[in-house]
Design a protein around this ligand. Sequence first.
Ligand SMILES: *Cc1c(COP(=O)(O)O)cnc(C)c1O
Length: 471
Amino acid sequence: MEYTDTRDNAVRVNLKDAVLSGMNPATGGLYIPVRIPKLSPALLERCSAPSFRDIAFEIAKLYCSDVIPDTDLQAIIADCYPFNTPVVPVDPVTYVLELFHGPTCAFKDFGARFMARLMAYFNRSEKEPLHILVATSGDTGSAVGSAFSGVDGIGVTILYPKGKISPLQEKQLSTFTGNVRALAVEGTFDDCQRLVKTAFTDKKLRKTFRLSSANSINIARLLPQSFYYVYAVLSVKCRSLHDNKIENPAIIAVVPSGNFGNLTSGLIAKEMGAPIAGFVAATNSNKTVPDWIASGRYEPRRSVPTLSNAMDVGAPSNHERITAMYTDDEVKKILAAYWTDDNGTLEGIKCCHERTGYIIDPHGAVGWQAWYDIRKGAMLKLMSGFPNKTENPGLTPNIPSWAQNVLDNKAVGILLETAHPAKFGETVKSAIGREPPMPDRLEKLLHLPDNSVPMKNDYREFSQWLKKNLQ
Ligand SMILES: *Cc1c(COP(=O)(O)O)cnc(C)c1O
């Protein structure tokens, strides 16, 4: 498979170059496949649904076979995904796709683990180790650190703003050992990012060390996220007649979104032929994309802090990939857009719990609110000519091609639950009166020693530390 770039479609690179460089340094564009391969009819029509790892391998082969032999790829997939991806029915027309069973309890494990193993694979014939520098405000750092933990030939340095992330997030970062180290920077997230960026432009440092980033825009983080869409829709397709007596339902993926990587992966799954009728793009008050769907104007802005903080993105970088794949009119046929504020998020946790008994995290709750509101009247109102005003939380005035299926009770939703609720225990408690149970792998962290290295917000000190500690 060849890859091109969102800013120059004459560009051609192979997967190895796309993964190791992250973005095209010449254009600043993001890599996308030249064409999206189709899944085989044999896979799509199988009932019962194949296992997650079988699907992951089948799909990965389409993107990697020219640079990774099957046996190696199979080993990579097995090493990436030793955990499950349950599809849990919570009410007659809603399934929750639990993406939090990886080591850091958030869906970013799916992308980060695949990227880490591809980087290690492509780097294996190099004599010098590769050093990854990441600045993080929370989730990304722990997923990346955990994904590279124990991976040969690669070292990771994570910079995080000391005291400015949740105590549990700080535990997740400060307890890494071995090839992954965390620096607790006296400063903000922006300061961390500045230190990393300065290191990347430091010619002397780059002469001594091979540096790389583990950016969320890397194509190797996007592709594997399509695996679980295909897995989930095939599972639902096989069982929905039994679960809800709907023959051939229109399957809608409801995606709590920030940087829109997860949603872009869903679009890739749909283009591969997965039977997804459409998507709900659900955001918090960072509603750049809902506003774009409503007005046709794309206006990136500064982010505002919310309870679903991993979705606090005002300028989602994957907008560029979405518009490279589709025209605005095509996007509007596929997507319903919805946004809600912190009150709506708390309401979502409460409503989901009251109606189904399921405890959802604040990110998933944004998606729950969207799907609940859409099927309980918001889509009907919109189609009857009474659209919600975009300044108010709710459904964006856009009627996607699948809207009538909702009114006819022929649609089922798959809600992507992107984090374990115990990561946001306080918020969940304030909505439903009790904290969710803590999974063992989070509980264990609380008792591990803090190995973080204190770091001043000062480039000289940072670069000296790198010179002394990277080898
Ligand atoms: C990163 C993240 C999101 C947003 O995903 P995008 O791909 O950036 O849209 C949602 N929920 C959680 C828990 C996350 O960590």
